[in-house]
Write a new protein. Sequence first.
Lengths: 211, 289
Amino acid sequence: MSGTKGMRALPLGDDALLVEVSSGEEAQALHAELLRRRAEGTLAVREIVPAARTVLLDGLPDPARLAAELTASEVPPVLPLTQEIVELRVRYDGPDLADVAALWGVSEEAVAGIHADTEFRVAFCGFAPGFGYLTGLPSRYDVPRRATPRTSVPAGSVALAGPYTGVYPRSSPGGWQLIGTTDAVLWDHARVPAALLSPGTRVRFVRVACR
Amino acid sequence: MTDRALAVVRAGALTTVQDLGRPGYAHLGVPRSGALDAPAAALVNRLVGNPPGAAVLETTLNGCSLRPRCAVTVAVGGAPCPVTVDGRPAPWGAPVRVSAGALLDIGTALSGVRTYVAVSGGVTVEPVLGSRSTDLLSGLGPPPLTHGAVLPLGHEIGVHARVDVAPQPAPPAELVLRVTVGPRDDWFTPTALRAFTTSTYRVSSASNRIGLRTEGPPLERAFPGELPSEGMVLGAVQVPPDGRPVVFLADHPTTGGYPVIAVVRTADLPAAGQATPGTPVRFVPVRRR
């Protein structure tokens, strides 16, 4: 592809490529296309790791050849969302709900309404096993991280940072703005699949009454 | 004697169970983990007749003491250290028969950081996502060894190797890491890029299984700003805001937002896992294969 659309395949060491596109939507579309190619047997690779604007391909037999092929092709179109939606029941009772309401310029009640009315998609995972970076909120609702990260954020906390919503799979330090809580088990290594959310998963937050 | 298990008498500073790790789950945020000095782990497994994927113990600097509840063959490799069985010297880097109830002591490393202990049958703690490795970043796998812990062992399936002492590379007096430059070298000034490949850094004592941290000239960014999170690979040399390069080792995070100036050749990473704090480090650029 054409540099016009800005897909770049950057070599990373001897057997990986970092494929860079110009938006999160393009990264999701490219990720879906690369998964499809791996499933049909035309792409041999150990890891396919989507992120904000990139897809990492690690463990490639011939990265230079794939780089040439990718940069000569178009970014695939964004696929229609066909898979089932994972619903997460949320109590909008987070300690940062008031701060987020102030940042959004709406009431706390409206934060819950807007968030629960949005359909999200897992753009990528990272930070901890099963932690998904969910996109879907319009950019006017982007929020900064907390100035001082918390030393411990409880498991199940529903949180915002930048353009993303995330759910903490387990208790850990964290700097995201906490707006709610879910009882859903995001990660259970004894379950198949271990991760409730994986890249591409559609997610909706269902509002339930606070305790 | 059917109680195939190993009791931990002295856990040491940090002793973990390690195998080949759990590659293939990076897209879920799961680090690959696995033995840092993989060739050493493979060798000790071979010496006791285990398959390459059997789980071994990885000690850190001061070894550990173990009491098998059944007769086993063990082999100790990686960082050289004294080995004793019931107080009597036993060979390092060779198969050693240890009878049930005897005390196997793995001493303090004479050089290097990580000593590997293979036990015939392998350590058979419950695997997580196909691996028994302890992942110190995300907490997957068994916890580090503690005093009094008991580790299950598998059944011996192989025949131990007939060798006196297997040759192993010495831990590095100077760590020379071959790197391919990029992908984010354009985030650094030309002066910083020159400094990266011409300066001598030193291994920081803050190094761990997640990364080899270095001390030395800070690398200056060409421009400020943040990089959106992107996938990370084993051996990536990430440069955090303090400018000191960090080489990602087995428990590295799967995504990160600091620019990667270069990637270390995989073949040079076992030595990185054996470099003690203060060891000089040089990054030598090589062409991509």
